[in-house]
Design a binder for this molecule. Structure first.
Ligand SMILES: CC(C)(COP(=O)(O)OP(=O)(O)OC[C@H]1O[C@@H](n2cnc3c(N)ncnc32)[C@H](O)[C@@H]1OP(=O)(O)O)[C@@H](O)C(=O)NCCC(=O)NCCS
Length: 209
C-alpha cells in the first residue's frame, strides 16, 4: 500500500469539495461542526480564559453557541474561508475545541489558522496533534502554499503551539489589537511555507524520521 493510499483511507474526503473532510489522529476526530455541538461548545466558550485569548467574547448562553456554530457552518468553503473544524475527543466523544481556516486567498494560495481548546484538555499536546493534521490536509489536499497564524503578545500557550508546529515568525504588528479592557496587544505573525513542509523541515516531521 502506498503512503498516498493510506492518506486516502484515513481521510473521508474527496468526493465533495464543498464540505470539510473528516480527519483522524490518535486521540481526536477532526470533523465538520454540527448544531448538536452547541452544549459542548458552550462548556468551554463561556470561560474567561478561552475566547478573549483568541479575540472573541465569552458566550453568555447555549443560544450564543448555537448562533456561532450556524455562522461557522456558513463559512465553509466560501471565497474567503475554508471552514471551521470541530475537534472531537475520541475517548468520550465530546467536542472539545475548534480549528478555523480563515482569510483564504485563492489567488496566492494562502490561509490563516486559528484555534481554541477546552481548558480541561490543555497541556496534553492535543492542539499540536490536531493542527499538524490540518496543516497536512491544507498542503496536500487544498494545495495551499502558505499557512499563517498569529497570537497576542501575552499568549504563551498559543506561542508554544505555533512553535511546535514549525511556524516561522515574520513580524510583530505593534499594538494592533484592542482588548476588552481597552488596552492594546501586539500581534505576533507567523507562517509555514509548502516548501518547508515538503522538505520535512518542521519539528514534528523530523521527530518521525
Ligand atoms: C492555545 C491552546 C490551544 C494550547 O493548546 P494545548 O493543546 O494545551 O497546547 P500544548 O499542550 O501544546 O501546550 C502549549 C504550551 O502551554 C503550556 N500550558 C498548557 N496549559 C497550561 C496552563 N494551564 N498553564 C500554563 N501553561 C500551560 C504547556 O506546558 C505548553 O508549553 P511547553 O510546550 O513549553 O511545555 C489552549 O491553551 C487554548 O485553547 N487557549 C485559549 C484559546 C487560545 O489562546 N487560542 C489561540 C489564539 S491565538
Amino acid at each position: 500500500m502506498t503512503s498516498s493510499s493510506i492518506i486516502n483511507l484515513n481521510n473521508v474526503w474527496g468526493e465533495n469539495m464543498s464540505k470539510l473532510p473528516i480527519l483522524f489522529t490518535e486521540r481526536l476526530i477532526i470533523r465538520p461542526l454540527s448544531i448538536n455541538d452547541a452544549q459542548d461548545m458552550y462548556d468551554y466558550s463561556y470561560r474567561d480564559n478561552v475566547g478573549p485569548r483568541a479575540g472573541w467574547k465569552p458566550h453568555q448562553s447555549i443560544a450564543d453557541s448555537e448562533a456561532v456554530i450556524r455562522s461557522m457552518i456558513n463559512q465553509t468553503m466560501t471565497d474567503t474561508n475554508i471552514g471551521i473544524f470541530a475537534l472531537e475527543y475520541r475517548e468520550n466523544k465530546k467536542m472539545i475545541g475548534t480549528i478555523g481556516v480563515h482569510r483564504y486567498d485563492k489567488t496566492n494560495l494562502s490561509a490563516e489558522v486559528g484555534y481554541v481548546l477546552h481548558p480541561d484538555y490543555w497541556c496534553k499536546g492535543l492542539m499540536v496533534e490536531a493542527l499538524t493534521k490540518v496543516i497536512m490536509w491544507l498542503f496536500d489536499q487544498m494545495g495551499l502554499y502558505r499557512i499563517e497564524c498569529s497570537h497576542f503578545d501575552f499568549n504563551y500557550q498559543s506561542k508554544r503551539v505555533i512553535e511546535k508546529c514549525g511556524f516561522t515568525i515574520e513580524g510583530i504588528s505593534r499594538k494592533k489589537i484592542v482588548l476588552s479592557d481597552g488596552s492594546r496587544a501586539d500581534l505576533y505573525n507567523y507562517a509555514i511555507l509548502r516548501d518547508e513542509y515538503l522538505n520535512k523541515q518542521l519539528p514534528w516531521q523530523k521527530k518521525k524520521e
